[in-house]
Design a protein around this ligand. Structure first.
Ligand SMILES: Cc1cc2nc3c(=O)[nH]c(=O)nc-3n(C[C@H](O)[C@H](O)[C@H](O)COP(=O)(O)OP(=O)(O)OC[C@H]3O[C@@H](n4cnc5c(N)ncnc54)[C@H](O)[C@@H]3O)c2cc1C
Ligand code: SF4
Length: 539
């Protein structure tokens, strides 16, 4: 039976085994420190992935069930103007949300750091280390990317067949297409297979070609770290002075006397690293309130849980009279950063936009637009030859474009505790209060304009679009324990340590000061490597 009792001696207790926690644990264990990782979710067997893939592609199954999300453990409430589907936006388990993720990994641009206490140059060496740890496949073909010296560890994936259809239209409009850095193996790498094209990357890659943080959990264990799964941290306890965390109190399954309940343990450590993701980190700090800190730990600024951000999705697509081979590649191979800093800019074929206020904008070219053959069969009420001819007509001629828009950090967008609803351990669940404001809506409209121009140039019949009225989050929680130099206005300093507690570090997108419009995980990985260096210096 798995031993889930605490370690007697630990230099570092890491909470969460997603990419942030796994990279911190691996870095510190490799440097000889005693590391214990507490992970709320379970350890999923790699051998089980084919079965999970089958579940993912079986019609009628919900993506959430693939990694066992939902139920009392994952209860939450969403109260803002915009509903937030939290359990689609994360996974709890060894590997965290990278079990389910897409794997697009790009650096933020230099200008994204304007309001941060660190610059792109401060993070640049860590970005390079993060790319090498994750094994990023990429190319130097993006004229808008921030400066880099080192080549990508793996060659980029070739543009897909449908990218090549977009290429002509983009060229005549003056829109630049370039490759997407992907955390998946374009050739065998790090003991894992190259991508074999299952196409089910999101929510599961059966071959292991897509990077998942379980890779670094294994590496951390090889270096001596101890990883305890099904160990949900309930609260953090501090010393009498309120200066240091003493212990993480976690609940683990109690199998004593054949029972199915849970038992609480106390893991003590010299340093604590919170890596539970952008929603659970602020929740844990708020749950850990004490006499000294009645508003929650590390929260003398009042910023814990506030400034919650996500990227918003805009999209458009339809049909063309050519074979596009959609759904043969399960990830995105081409994108466009041309409008990133200035969405209003025009090109030789796309008129400049109104002089409105815009946020960051990134465009993507889809490889899985339109229905799958199975989807068509299930949606229609035809059978036999009729169904076959509908599938022949409707499948394989779709094109689609996506886009991510950024969000300004706003105090009122926040994660708080909902004491009216409790999880399986009787703790208040996270309450998400979230709104998409005008600036982001204008950016989504602009994305739709550009997408429409490209699809028109392609001669596509547009059949669907996602704009401000039906947008949703890209599942990138950010901002809820922001970084800053002023302890009155931020939660962690530039070294990722909380202002209030001397031995508490946060490794997460929760420290992002602004959102940018880039998928966040490479930046999370870079920040986590930086955080680990600072913890190492203190040990
Ligand atoms: C569908 C989808 C697609 C995505 N695609 C991309 C993409 O293409 N590119 C990209 O950059 N990002 C993508 N993301 C986002 C990416 O997955 C996250 O940014 C990343 O996983 C966050 O890493 P993390 O380690 O901070 O948190 P997580 O990966 O969420 O890991 C946190 C871990 O902490 C554990 N935990 C939480 N609370 C506790 C507690 N109290 N006690 C113990 N353990 C706890 C959780 O169980 C979880 O395993 C995607 C996400 C989703 C859902
Ligand atoms: S297409 Fe996706 S799921 Fe299939 S092997 Fe490649 S990365 Fe994995």
């Amino acid at each position: 039976m798995t031993d889930r009792t605490p370690s007697e001696r630990a230099d570092v207790c890491v909470i969460g085994a997603g990419p942030a926690g796994a990279l911190v644990a691996h870095t510190l264990a490799r440097r000889g420190h005693d590391v214990v990782v507490l992970e709320a979710g379970e350890r999923f067997e790699f051998e089980d992935r084919k079965r999970r893939m089958e579940r993912a592609i079986r019609p009628g199954d919900d993506d959430r069930s693939v990694w066992d999300m939902g139920g009392p453990r994952d209860a939450y409430t969403s109260t803002g103007e915009q509903f937030y589907p939290l359990n689609r936006a994360r996974v709890k388990g060894v590997g965290g949300s990278t079990l389910h993720w897409q794997g697009m990994v790009m650096r933020l641009h230099e200008s994204d750091f304007d309001a941060w206490p660190i610059s792109y140059d401060d993070l640049r060496p860590y970005y390079a280390r993060a790319e090498s740890q994750l094994g990023v496949a990429g190319a130097d073909d993006n004229p808008f990317a921030p400066p880099r010296e080192e080549p990508f560890p793996l060659p980029a994936f070739r543009p897909s067949h449908s990218d090549s259809i977009f290429a002509d239209a983009c060229e005549s409009l003056g829109v630049a297409m370039h490759s997407v850095p992907n955390a998946r193996n374009s050739e065998p790498h790090d003991g894992r297979s190259e991508c074999v094209g299952y196409g089910t990357c999101k929510p599961v890659c059966p071959s292991g070609a897509k990077y998942g943080a379980d890779v670094h959990v294994r590496k951390a264990e090889e270096e001596g770290a101890r990883v305890i799964d099904r160990a949900a941290v309930q609260r953090l306890e501090h010393d009498d002075e309120g200066k240091r965390i003493e212990a993480a109190v976690y609940a683990a399954p109690d199998h004593g006397n054949g029972g199915t309940g849970s038992v609480e343990h106390r893991q003590e450590a010299r340093e604590f690293v919170l890596a539970g993701g952008g929603v659970e980190i602020p929740r844990l700090l708020l749950l850990s309130k004490s006499k000294t800190y009645p508003d929650g730990l590390a929260n003398t600024s009042g910023a814990v849980g506030r400034y919650f951000m996500d990227h918003l999705y805009a999209g458009m697509g339809g049909r063309i009279d050519r074979r596009t081979r959609q759904h043969r590649v399960g990830f995105i191979t081409s994108e466009c950063h041309q409008f990133y800093e200035d969405p209003a800019r025009g090109t030789k074929g796309i008129p400049a936009a109104d002089d409105a206020e815009y946020d960051r904008l990134k465009l993507e070219f889809s490889n899985y637009a339109g229905p799958t053959p199975v989807g068509l069969a299930l949606d229609g009420d035809e059978w036999g030859d009729e169904l076959l001819s509908t599938i022949r007509e409707e499948y394989g001629n779709s094109v689609g474009m996506g886009a991510l828009a950024g969000q300004k950090p706003r105090k009122e967008n926040r994660i708080a505790l909902d004491s009216g609803t409790t999880d399986d351990h009787g703790n208040p669940v996270p309450r998400i209060h979230w709104r998409v404001d005008e600036r982001t809506k204008a950016t989504l409209r602009r994305a739709n304009e550009i997408q429409r121009d490209i699809l028109d140039e392609l001669g596509a019949e547009v059949t669907w679009h996602v704009g401000p009225e039906n947008t949703g989050p890209a599942f990138h929680h950010m901002g809820t324990t922001r970084m800053g130099t002023d302890p009155k206005a931020s939660v962690v300093n530039a070294r990722l340590r909380t202002h209030d507690l001397q031995n508490c570090t946060i490794a997460s997108s929760s420290v992002f000061v602004t959102s940018g419009a880039m998928n966040p995980t490479l930046t999370i990985a870079a920040l986590s490597l930086k955080a680990a260096d600072h913890v190492h210096e203190r040990l």
